[in-house]
Design a binder for this molecule. Sequence first.
Ligand SMILES: *[C@@H]1O[C@H](CO)[C@@H](O)[C@H](O)[C@H]1NC(C)=O
Ligand SMILES: *[C@@H]1O[C@H](CO)[C@@H](O)[C@H](O)[C@H]1NC(C)=O
Ligand SMILES: *[C@@H]1O[C@H](CO)[C@@H](O)[C@H](O)[C@H]1NC(C)=O
Ligand SMILES: *[C@@H]1O[C@H](CO)[C@@H](O)[C@H](O)[C@H]1NC(C)=O
Ligand SMILES: CC(=O)N[C@H]1CO[C@H](CO)[C@@H](O)[C@@H]1O
Length: 267
Amino acid sequence: MKLSTVLSGSVLIFAPLTSALPPRGLSDRGSKRHSNPSFRIEEPDTASNSANTTIQYSGNWSGAVLVSPPSGEIFNSAIGTFTVPSMPPAGSNGAAAAWVGIDGDTFATAILQAGVYFSVSGDTVQYGAWYEWWPDYATDIDTDDFPVSAGDVITVNIEATSNSEGTVTLINESAGMHFAINLTSPTKLSYLGGQNAEWIIEDYTQNGGLVPLANWGTVTFVNASASTSANNKLGLGDATIFDIEQYNDIMTSVTIDSDSSVSISYA
Ligand SMILES: *[C@@H]1O[C@H](CO)[C@@H](O)[C@H](O)[C@H]1NC(C)=O
Ligand SMILES: *[C@@H]1O[C@H](CO)[C@@H](O)[C@H](O)[C@H]1NC(C)=O
Ligand SMILES: *[C@@H]1O[C@H](CO)[C@@H](O)[C@H](O)[C@H]1NC(C)=O
Ligand SMILES: *[C@@H]1O[C@H](CO)[C@@H](O)[C@H](O)[C@H]1NC(C)=O
Ligand SMILES: CC(=O)N[C@H]1CO[C@H](CO)[C@@H](O)[C@@H]1O
């Protein structure tokens, strides 16, 4: 069944909450999971941490964001490696997704991104790899092509070859398996600006609503960097930290460990 059919009722009912859902007509592949732009809330906070890192609160994103490339350049790739976390014991209920991407924060007409989601519902724990060119839905990668389980070390490489074309590659460092696909922007308006590069754990949307956030413990992106049109390779030194804040509760704790590493903890 087409997602647009399934959702047509709830889109009307929840219209104020689902403004970030893709326009009808975009694909409904995958399991109807959907990532969103950063949804910044409140002013960034530069005062309360000794490292002078800017902390930005967001409804959905936690992690590190390079908010702008050097003057006259654009980001054309972002890469990072993380270990898929073990999920909490069955019986809890929640989910989150770890991904690397380009755009979607200050530049929000598109996000080119890929990663892994993890979810727990009753006795079922699920992991899966996906890619997405927002505002399209996430597309699941067939588990036969790229199985995912806790403890896998996965590298995600996002490359934009133009503002409307890109390649996402996921590599299983444990097994040397890899998956790559070329993508094009799903609509004429969803072009990339190359203005943001990010390493994120997200509270994503499924069937039009935010999933309850799972306790993923800590996920650390290592070997994280972004490259620009002038072949500059940038680390996380100047990244802005994003923490998820919902109902005045700060749900994450993020530290930039080094120029190539960010740790994101469920708090
Ligand atoms: C933070 O910024 C202030 C003002 O620019 C500077 O004096 C201080 O040394 C910086 N602290 C660190 C830890 O970088
Ligand atoms: C990665 O490799 C490990 C070890 O061989 C394997 O168990 C796992 O299923 C692989 N995952 C992916 C995503 O290929
Ligand atoms: C992506 O496109 C390039 C250029 O056409 C091609 O060389 C490459 O094999 C394609 N990659 C995939 C994964 O299809
Ligand atoms: C990070 O990069 C270094 C140097 O290329 C490599 O030796 C190391 O295995 C990488 N770490 C992971 C977790 O992939
Ligand atoms: C809780 C929360 O802030 N959720 C936001 C997630 O992102 C979408 C799209 O940016 C917002 O519409 C939600 O309000």
